[in-house]
Ligand binder design. Structure first.
Ligand code: EPU
Length: 342
């Protein structure tokens, strides 16, 4: 069951050549409940990995057990005239799932099309794009307690969702392993088109009243045009979160940089795109042999091959420092840094 000295190259979207001491693939919930009671599971440092699209291995060796969640299945739990509750197992591919729901005419996750990863990882960092977040359509998720194998259902309100965050990333980090997610999807709903890129894209295509499928396809094309394909260039999507700053500080910044983009937040705060800050600090398209900053979107750090996680860590620290010095704004990684605990 446990595979020793396992290469994680295909299990981290940065494509780093990392080896784990032990690896196990889980394809059924019952298997996971048994696994957590195993002495090998309990005595090792553990890393739960689904698609590996939001992780950065800081070392070449992970001194522990990697648990790859790969259970499959999509089923309709209930349905009425307006909506449908759909359960997806954690190991389902996120993009395939979104496409499947769009194909069935179900609304609620279409703007989250083409985000690489698996269903089980989506709630952990509350994935979001084009004015939508997974929390908006999530009814509940089912998880296994890593301490004893017990199953627990987390209702939406219990997940502690925030911007690219949830209880599974904070208070309960490493405690619960998500095995399935239930979505409440609508049979009719207004499309969310207000996000700038979508409007522009549809205008250039001459589409006035897009269908659900046309919106889905638009999001896919917009993402393709701006974000590197992980199959060609290693990356983990947005590397940093967009910082939220005080309005007073924002107004001060705007006097020096009148074109600074922003989004209003509650409590007199303003969200500023980290990609803009990084570009203005001169990093866009920067490259140092193995690693760099993507030329079309400065928020994405890339691995061209032959590099190590340490090089990305070093680059990210330099970027943080230069944004801090230039704008007095702290940017924090969105990507999970994986380090050996001992
Ligand atoms: N911008 C620049 N230079 C850049 C990149 C961006 O000036 O190099 C400016 C853009 O012109 C725009 C603003 O920054 O005015 C925002 O850029 P964009 O629309 O590309 O979105 P983002 O804030 O960089 C966020 C999410 C993405 C998501 C997009 C679309 C975060 C950390 N990232 O990026 O999510 O796809 O919005 O909704 O919130 C991810 O989390 O991995 C991810 C890709």
């Amino acid at each position: 069951m446990f595979q020793p000295s396992f290469s994680l190259r295909a299990f981290n979207s940065f494509g780093f050549d990392v080896t784990s001491k032990l690896f196990v693939e889980v394809t059924a919930v019952s298997q996971l409940s048994e696994l957590v009671k195993d002495a090998v599971f309990q005595s090792n440092q553990r890393l739960v990995l689904s698609g590996g699209n939001n992780v950065l291995f800081c070392d070449d060796y992970f001194d522990g057990l990697v648990v790859h969640i790969n259970n499959k299945g999509v089923s309709i739990l209930s349905e009425d005239g307006d909506s449908c509750v759909v359960r997806a197992q954690a190991g389902e591919d996120w993009c395939d799932f979104v496409r499947l729901m769009v194909g069935k005419g179900l609304y609620g996750i279409e703007n989250l099309a083409h985000i690489p990863g698996k269903v089980g990882a989506a709630p952990v960092q509350n994935i979001g794009a084009y004015g939508m977040e997974v929390k908006d359509a999530l009814l509940q998720c089912t998880a296994i307690d890593a301490a004893n194998g017990n199953q627990r259902v987390f209702k939406n309100q219990e997940c502690g969702f925030g911007y690219r965050s949830s209880i599974f990333k904070t208070e309960l980090k490493n405690r619960y392993i998500i095995v399935s997610v239930d979505f409440l999807l609508k049979k009719r709903a207004p499309l969310k088109l207000e996000y700038g890129n979508i409007v522009n894209y549809l205008k250039t295509k001459g589409i006035e009243n897009p269908t659900l499928l046309q919106l889905h396809d638009a999001v896919c094309e917009i993402r393709d045009a701006k974000l590197p394909d992980v199959k060609q260039i290693g990356n983990a999507g947005s590397f940093f979160k967009n910082p939220v700053i005080e309005k007073v500080q924002f107004e001060l910044l705007r006097t020096s940089y009148p074109d600074i983009p922003s989004y209003e937040e509650p409590n007199n705060r303003v969200k500023v795109p980290a990609g803009w800050l990084i570009e203005k600090a001169g990093w866009k398209g920067w490259r140092d042999s193995h690693v760099g900053v993507y030329e079309k979107q400065a928020l994405v750090l890339v691995h061209y091959g032959g590099g190590t996680g340490r090089e990305i860590v070093a680059l990210s620290e330099k970027i943080q420092q230069s944004v801090q010095e230039k704008f007095d704004v702290t940017i924090i990684p969105e990507v999970n840094f994986i380090r050996n605990s001992r």
